[in-house]
Every structure is written in C-alpha cells, then in structure tokens.
Design a binder for this molecule. Structure first.
Ligand code: PRP
Length: 220
C-alpha cells in the first residue's frame, strides 16, 4: 500500500483528462511541477510536498486506486463501466473530458434495416461490456470483436459491421466515412477515491474533494 502515510497520491492519465484536471488542482492550491509530455517521469511532484501525481494508462486508473497505489484518481465513466468500480468511492462527476459512446457504421451500411431484419451484427469495440449490455437490452444479436484502438478501421476493412466507440467532435468518424447511428450514453470523468485512504487521510482528501467540488460547481 501507499508509501508515505502523509503523502497524497493522485493517479491521472495523460492527454485530455490531465489537461482538464490542472485547473481543478489549481483550485485546490496544487500546481503540477512537470509536464508529462516533456518529462519521462511517472511520478510528478507538485507545489505541495505532500501531494504527488502518478501518470498511468487511463484504463489502469481504477486499479491503482482500488489497490491503494494511489489515494485518488480521475477516470472516465467509460473506464469505470468496463473495468468495474468495486471498492471505489465516487464522490464527484467532474464534468470534464466530456464525450459520448456511440454505435457507428459505414455511411453505406443500412443499420436500421439490418436491425429491423434481426440480422446478426459483428461489432468491433474496446468497450465489450458496454456494447454487450446495450445490444442485449435492444434484443439485437451481436458478435463482439475486442480491439484496443483505431476501432474506426474495422468497418472499413470488413472486420465488423459496426463499432462502439467514444465520439467527441465526430471528426474521426467523418474522416473515415463512418456515421453515428446510436447514442449509447454520455461520458465524463469521475473522481474516484480509495476507501481506506479516505479513512486514514480524511482531512487532506476531504479538502481536495471539496476544492474540486466547488471548482466544478457541485456539492461534495
Ligand atoms: C477517441 C476515440 C476516437 C476519437 C474520437 O480516441 O476512440 O477515435 O477519440 O474523437 P473525435 O470525435 O473528436 O474525433 P482517443 O484519441 O481518445 O484514443 P484511443 O484510440 O486510444 O481511444
């Protein structure tokens, strides 16, 4: 479990979540002292000696927090749904890194008819659990193909009829001649907290939760 009893460790992934978390950290009086895009360091110091940031893969954030490798983490609802959120306290929807999970197909694929006719669809996705639940609720039979990235390629090369993926601006779909045909759910990032850490380091963790809550205009 965590090294220092007083140290507060926050797990973040690089990219959009990291960028959009910086203003929230600032609201809590915490300045990250190194840029993860320039530094190779995986543990970043902050302006507060007893707060540090771990740079981890987005899909690993819940694991670090569950096992106490980090006290807190910020992760997308998509990751929590796929990974499971057992043992994680989720006090806040931070409303950052907003996007949606959608079903998309080639512009020349007649999705509505395929579904109406009860065809079996092949669906490529990184979000196997979300896709399975969504199509099961609709009563559509699907064969799921697990991919780890560049899902947009699958319908273009005949690997799948459809994909289930994150959509933000829609530019990636457009650039690959794909079109959204179902909006599965809206996604944003959540603050997750290790339950044992919350008990052991109650005051500093509560301070961070409250600062984040007021920065995003929510009650904690
Ligand atoms: C996500 C997603 C799409 C893209 C959508 O990928 O998988 O490819 O963003 O964004 P847009 O609608 O604004 O074009 P991301 O860059 O997060 O990387 P990933 O492929 O590792 O998921």
């Amino acid at each position: 479990m965590g090294s220092d009893r007083k140290m507060i460790t926050l797990a973040l992934s690089k990219g959009r979540i990291f960028e959009e978390t910086l203003p929230l950290l600032r609201a809590a009086g915490i300045e990250v002292l190194e840029d993860p895009d320039k530094s190779r360091k995986l543990i970043l110091p902050t302006s507060q000696n007893d707060v540090r940031v771990l740079v981890v893969r987005a899909t690993d954030v819940p694991t670090y927090v569950q096992y106490g490798g980090a006290d807190l983490g910020i992760t997308g609802k998509d990751t929590l749904l796929e990974h499971g959120s057992q043992g994680l306290y989720q006090p806040l929807d931070l409303r950052i890194a907003k996007c949606r999970i959608s079903v998309a197909v080639r512009t020349d694929f007649d999705y509505v008819s395929a579904v109406r006719q009860g065809s079996r669809l092949t669906v490529a996705t990184k979000y196997v659990a979300i896709a399975r639940d969504f199509f099961a609720a609709k009563g559509v039979h699907v064969d799921l193909i697990k991919l780890y990235g560049s899902m947009e390629l699958a319908p273009l090369v005949g690997l799948a009829d459809a994909i289930v993926d994150l959509v933000s601006t829609g530019n990636t779909l457009k650039a690959n001649h794909l079109v959204e045909v179902e909006h599965i759910m809206d996604i944003s990032s959540r603050l997750v907290v290790n339950q044992a850490a919350l008990k052991l380091k109650q005051a500093p963790i509560r301070r961070i939760i409250e600062a984040f809550a007021s920065a995003v205009g929510q009650e904690s």
